[in-house]
Design a protein around this ligand. Sequence first.
Ligand code: PMV
Length: 326
Amino acid sequence: MHIKASAPGKVILFGEHSVVYGKPAIAVAVKKYAHITIKERVDLQINLEIMGLGVLASLNLEDETISCKNNRMETGILKYVLKALKLIQDKGPTKGMDILLEIEMPVGAGLGSSAAVTVATIAAANKYYETDLKLDEIAKLAHQVELEVQGAASPIDTTLSTYGGALYLGRNTNRIEKLPLNWELPLVIGHTPRESNTAELIKKVHSKMEEYPSIIYHIFKSMEQITEEARDALIEKNEKKLAELMNINHGLLDALGVNTPVLSEMVYAARETGALGSKITGAGGGGSIIAYCPVKIEEVLRKLQKIENAFKAHITYEGVCTNIKE
Ligand code: PMV
């Protein structure tokens, strides 16, 4: 038996970091996927390969260890697979498997690779172990995996990888609303390897918050207002306002200390080349930027590709899907 599951990545349009402090956020799922294929085994061994990277590993769910000779950045993703399998196996029978992982998006660049891998793993294992989890339970379990592996995480990434689409997460993420976006956002994503991970960047912002509480409080308040106004601008297709809000949001992320010289270079090069708005997306510290390009999208793409890596983002309205072949 072969089980395949695929889940999309995401970009955060507004609200990164402030969402950790209970403020709203807006994000969209993008057509870059993590695919996982599970092949049945008769023994209890769990083997894993990451396609195209020569990463071969074996996972031990008993003592939660990973043996892997390769020390590439992508191997960090295996912790999410291990934790996801561990949590789901606690609900079902013990069975070994061969796992093949294929990751289309750049790993660790703020584009939701870990959430996509986690959601796809849970969805595939759900079929394999016949645990009969519903979509909302998959999303919840995936968020728990991210929390356990990273220490801190909002449910944005895992929710988008599960359901796809464009989502608004209300205050304290107590309300998740599908945004009625009936137009294709012309976005370019520029990405660069990250120097620090999400958990470290969240900690960095937290230290700023402790050092300058009333200043940072007002930055988060402004970010909240930006997200609220951006929600309306997106629904009304108010392009000028949307772009301006992105630019203001970028300045505030810079003030939080999560910008880097390369991200800055990409953000301003995009605007000079014709993007109406551009900002960091995700935790920062390296990682990615988004450029909003109703005009000159090809020019912006080429410019960002000259500086680092870039691609055009297409929103997907489909979340995780699974496929079983006997
Ligand atoms: O891990 P990233 O780069 O997709 O960014 C996450 C965004 C944060 O708001 C910083 C953290 C979170 O979990 O929402």
